[in-house]
Design a protein around this ligand. Structure first.
Ligand code: FES
Length: 112
């Protein structure tokens, strides 16, 4: 039997690179902390979170990537975290209005 979306192991990478024009300067640290707090509060142990460095997409930042789905999100706010959890990390449905398409050398890493 295939696992339900809530049972899939997911890995969320949040860019926290520091700098005025980088994700860390646009609130990504607060997004990561809110995400971690909410995952713990809900007992969602199937989701791991990791800080990541710059992917040259900060013009669309703050960014976050969900693997193994290869879905990139951008222009995120702390207020978006609940929707990401409910829809994607639990429901298995990417949140289309928050998705971005990475450009440059990273474009091929977006799987869906
Ligand atoms: S600092 Fe986040 S993509 Fe460059």
């Amino acid at each position: 039997m295939d696992p339900t979306p809530a049972q899939r192991n997911l890995h969320v990478f949040v860019c926290t690179t520091v700098g005025r024009h980088h994700c860390g300067g646009m609130g990504s640290e607060r997004i990561l902390l809110r995400l971690r707090d909410e995952l713990e509060r809900r007992g969602l142990t199937h989701v791991r979170t990791t800080r990541m460095g710059c992917n040259q997409q900060h013009h669309q930042g703050p960014i976050l990537i969900v693997y193994p789905d290869g879905v990139w999100y951008g222009n995120l706010r702390v207020e978006d975290v609940d929707e990401l959890i409910d829809e994607h990390l639990i429901g298995g449905r990417p949140v289309e209005h928050l998705r971005i398409t990475p450009d440059g050398e990273w474009a091929s890493t977006a799987l869906t």
